[in-house]
Design a protein around this ligand. Structure first.
Ligand code: ADP
Ligand code: MG
Length: 608
């Protein structure tokens, strides 16, 4: 038999390697931006077209490459960052595998321009599917610009599996945020389809967080700091009141390298225990500084998983530091400081004696505020709407439907619609359910769900009629958004206006809210808009009608009375009556029941 084993040509080997390193446009963004930071740049610009599917370009003012290096940088395992094995245990740069450029060049068309400070003339290269098509001198500014075009042009299967532009853009933003957060002293810009999404001037970490996530983060950040033999730790945690339902801003870095760790995440979660509602997630920006020989960054090709030598101790350090910060800044109730410093690490390992905590009290912080504000926001939902059906008509329909549902012999007769408020018996259970007694039985309403249904139908009618009724604010409220959020918010303004919102752009990424829909009078504007942004910023339907509906839904859900709100009898009756006037009173926006009717036959079943 003849020999059959051959070495793969470089182009194929590189494509295989690329499979691990370059999964989507965001991977290119990460690798190029990290290279710029490694090259000592203090200005980095990212230009993206069509969520990176058409173009990803990174321009930096770093040290650039010589003629030979420019060529060499494209070879697999070509790196300037390590020379021997011992270097593997002392990595301070982001890259070191020498794989990224080779991988990118294997799966896209790459155009590189680069010049070092001591050379007057730069280099220009064009590479397509690992093949250098052109290399010539060019004039270019000091630093490097790499443009990656038509990613996966030669791997159709890969290209086909790319997600929609918003999803790919979300991934790109994630990578951009990570690199920008890790390097606040570097200036970053991001343009997408000719629109500037971010301009982040050199600053400190706090300013950087605000630059990315919006000014309203400023008073939500609580510093965290710890120095031990094993690891130094600093950064910010976000106050519990700002915790969100969806996974939001959770950032861990070690030696300025972003990493994921569900283990360390759970340490933070534990520290927040009892301070945030179930299924909410704490947000944090935490930086570990450890001796590089105590971590292994080499276990994952894109290096987002990192092995720590002494994970359990670091877990304990992290958990107690977070707890202590929450305590020091009076975010958490009382905490035992003594206990909170005694983690697994022996005390003498603490580099510094435990400092007297510097106490900065936020006098306005009140964990029960939520309840108060949502309560006051209800003042006006007793008011009927001119867009609703005549009550009698819908009552009848509803009862007919209900009697079918409950398989009753006798149709339910109700007298509630004519009854005076005083004669109706109401009751609230667990600040969540409203019980209304009628002659035939009791209605049990889920107050939040019922109110979302009412608001949604009202908003729908308002936006269709396009005859907004606005309640002007005595004190207009300014909301600060990030650049990206501002552009999504801007596109939702026409619809919000039809609902009765009176909102104008105000400064670069801010808006001023002068009026709210009359049916939402007294709403907590900041909270509602923050929630609204959470709903729409990552997932904006491209279809206009779908977007309109999404806005209405989100606004209904965000401005509805929350569970936990105490209701007066009047409010409960109004809730019930308004619900019964809806076209689809039985279900909320997710199709779940808004109320159940317990009548004699139903109750009998319960006792079976
Ligand atoms: P790694 O970053 O792991 O070394 P890469 O494939 O990302 O591998 O880059 C290969 C080499 O090319 C780097 O080690 C560096 O010397 C050079 N290089 C890449 N990008 C730049 C840049 N923006 N500026 C200067 N040099 C760069
Ligand atoms: Mg690299």
């Amino acid at each position: 038999m003849t020999d059959i084993i051959k070495l793969l040509p470089d182009s194929i080997a590189n494509q295989i390697a690329a499979g691990e390193v370059i999964q989507r446009p965001a991977s290119v963004v990460k690798e190029l931006m990290e290279n710029s930071v490694d090259a000592g740049a203090d200005k980095v610009q990212l230009i993206v077209k069509d969520a990176g599917k058409t173009l990803i370009q990174v321009i930096d003012n770093g040290k650039g490459m010589t003629e030979t290096d420019a060529r060499m940088s494209l070879e697999r395992h070509a790196t300037s960052k390590i020379t021997g094995t011992e270097d593997l245990f002392n990595i301070r740069t982001m890259g070191f595998r020498g794989e990224a450029l080779a991988s990118i060049a294997a799966v896209a068309r790459m155009e590189m321009k680069t010049r070092t400070a001591d050379s007057d003339i730069g280099q220009q290269l064009v590479i397509e599917g690992s093949e250098v098509k052109e290399q010539e001198f060019c004039s270019t500014s000091k630093g490097t610009s790499i443009a990656v075009k038509n990613l996966f042009f030669n791997i159709p299967a890969r290209r086909k599996f790319l997600k929609s532009d918003p999803v790919e853009m979300r991934h790109i933003l994630d990578e951009f945020h990570r690199v920008a957060l890790a390097n606040p002293e570097v200036e970053f810009k991001l343009h997408h389809n000719e629109q500037q999404l971010f301009f982040l001037p050199p600053s400190n970490l706090r300013q950087r967080i605000i630059g990315i996530f919006g000014k309203n983060y400023n008073e939500k950040l609580v510093p965290i700091e710890e120095e031990t033999e094993l690891a130094n730790l600093d950064g910010f945690i976000v106050k519990p009141e700002a915790a969100k339902k969806g996974r939001g801003e959770q950032f861990l870095f070690v030696n300025n390298r972003y990493f994921r760790s569900s283990y360390f995440h759970s340490a933070v979660v534990q520290a927040f225990e009892g301070l945030i509602p179930a299924n909410h997630h704490p947000a944090y920006f935490i930086f570990f500084d450890v001796d590089p020989s105590h971590i292994d960054v080499n276990i994952h090709p894109t290096k987002t998983e990192i092995k720590f030598e002494d994970e359990r101790s670091i877990y304990a350090i992290l958990r107690s530091s977070v707890k202590r910060s929450l305590g020091q800044y009076h975010v958490a109730p009382s905490l035992d400081f003594e206990q909170e410093t005694s983690f697994d690490v022996p005390h003498h390992q603490l580099k510094q004696p435990v400092k007297q905590p510097e106490i900065k009290v936020d006098p306005t912080y009140n964990p029960f505020d939520r309840e108060k504000t949502s309560k006051s926001s209800n003042s006006s939902w007793e008011r009927g709407s001119s867009f609703q059906k005549a009550p009698e008509e819908s009552w009848k329909e509803l009862y007919a439907a209900l009697s079918e549902k409950t398989e009753q012999e006798e149709p339910v007769r109700m007298h509630l619609e004519t009854a005076s408020d005083d004669s109706i018996i109401t009751f609230q259970i667990g600040r969540k359910y409203v019980l209304i007694r009628s002659d035939e039985g009791v209605f049990l309403l889920n107050q939040y769900r019922a109110h979302t249904r009412i608001l949604f139908e009202e908003f729908d009618a308002l936006s269709r009629a396009n005859h907004p009724v606005s309640q002007q604010q005595l004190f207009p409220v300014t909301v600060e958004l990030s650049a990206m959020e501002a552009s999504v918010f801007q596109s939702s303004l026409p619809t919000l206006t039809t609902l009765g919102f009176d909102i104008d752009p105000f400064g670069q990424h801010a808006f001023i809210v002068r009026g709210v829909p009359t049916i939402c009078e007294g709403m907590n504007i900041e909270e509602t808009i923050a929630g609204f942004m959470d709903d729409i910023r990552n997932d904006k339907p491209s279809n206009t009608e779908a977007f309109r509906e999404k806005i209405l839904r989100s606004m209904a859900q965000r401005s509805a009375i929350k569970s936990g709100t105490v209701l007066e009898a009047q409010e409960m009756i109004a809730l019930f009556r308004n619900l019964m006037r809806c076209t689809q009173p039985e279900i909320d926006l997710g199709g779940k029941s808004t109320f159940v009717l317990l009548n004699a036959p139903q109750i009998e079943k319960l006792f079976n």
